[in-house]
Design a protein around this ligand. Sequence first.
Ligand code: HEC
Length: 179
Amino acid sequence: MSNLNFNKMAAGVLCGGLLLMGGVKLGAILIPHQKLAENPYPFEVAESAGAGQSTPSAPAEVEPITPLLATADIAAGQAQSRKCTACHTFDKGGANRVGPNLYNIVNRGFALNPDFKYSKAMAEHGGSWTYDELNHFLFKPKARISGTKMNFAGLKKTKDRANIIAWMRTLADNPAPLP
Ligand code: HEC
């Protein structure tokens, strides 16, 4: 970067700072002090009264599935998989569709299907599909792995995720141990 550019940038930052300071001072002059002592945001109290309820902007909590896995309904899990089969096969040696074949996915590393072209986000993610990872991903794929090309809204019901993950676990030569 040339010196001139640097100077311009420095001047910009300085001006920004001065404007900010000016703004704060001006605000202090315009709003008398006693007024500030009152609650300038009367609605704040009403809003925080709703604490405990989640607001739409709050990050969604993904409920753990671990307590449900041992008693999960495998058949119900298989039924859930109809939401996936437009894009995935689950049988051993099954073809890749829009998404990769998912036989033996539990505890396997991310993006290991050699014949499937994964997104960069998925290919470079690292780690493996633990129960916990699958639980978070299937809740809301794009929130868990930003940049994934799996266009699926997610399974919002904890029971549904537990059931389908328990079913996917059975689709392996040596099913992964339950957590
Ligand atoms: C609209 C198509 C589509 C649907 C529906 C879909 N997926 Fe996917 N899925 C994909 C694509 C595409 C990828 C590859 C993502 C990437 O590379 O970013 C993927 C990747 C995955 C992976 C990672 C595989 C690996 O080898 O690392 C898992 C696990 C997965 N999907 C599970 C599911 C499950 C379970 C469902 C149903 C509840 C489902 N998907 C529904 C398209 C879909």
